[in-house]
Design a protein around this ligand. Sequence first.
Ligand code: ZN
Length: 311
Amino acid sequence: MKINQYEAMTFAPLQTNFSFIYLAMKRSQLFAIFLLLCSAAFAQTAPPADLATIQQSFKKLNVLGSVLYMAAHPDDENTRLLAYLAQEKHYRTGYLALTRGDGGQNLIGTEQGELLGLVRTRELLAARRVDGAEQFFSRANDFGFSKGPEETLRIWDHEKVLGDAVWVIRKFRPDVIICRFPTTGEGGHGHHTSSAIIAEEAFKAAADPKRFPEQLRYVQTWQVKRLLWNTFNFGSTNTTAPNQFKIDVGVYNPILGKGYGEIAADSRSNHKTQGFGSAKQRGSSFEYFKTIPGDAPVNDLMDGVNTTGAG
Ligand SMILES: [Zn+2]
């Protein structure tokens, strides 16, 4: 497939580095060519797989089902849940970070703005290599703190960012989308609230052939089964409730010899520009979910989705 505008800006495969395209949109073409040459010269090769990884891969072959996690920034993602979905449930799992975190602080170097976004892109890819999820982006710019979604969506170019999210959904074809934040503001930052607004709009638009029809040369429309909000208990804000659907993601994987709280910490510790060194945890840890559109799950996140390929 030829790389179109959506593909160039949203795709972040684990072994191939398309970050230079992102930078090329904003910096000089010469610099992009330099990065391209560097990228080719130092192309990553996958380390040899150990037996546990091979066994995990075989298990994954027998499972259908995919989940896309959506939020605004590098570090918003729930690495414990991503690791659990990818490595315990063997679902194809992705994280769509609408921004690359250009607006944050850099605790390990002097890069700021777009260059910091590039460093954080690499940090996210490193985190995904640990938790087993795939990484996607949109063209939304992290312009620093925003008080509300009106300001954020105006600066982001609402329609462009929505188009990118629709593209990722039509290409990745998730059965379930999970948002980190709600549309109602409890996530605080305007970027966070906007990521939920974009997710809800993209849920509908991805299935509508009248929305972003130019994409349909490359991908088909896609109906996501359900959109959930992964409610949270951060500081003084507790949005979880006993009647919400919940999953214990703190289980131990005997093949890997690790619990998902440990894998999550290893993944999250890659956010080095943000000074994250997460402590490893073992034992039960529940994640709670509130259904936004779609049928609420009763027994399983994938209720109503064929995850075995049978039938
Ligand atoms: Zn954030």
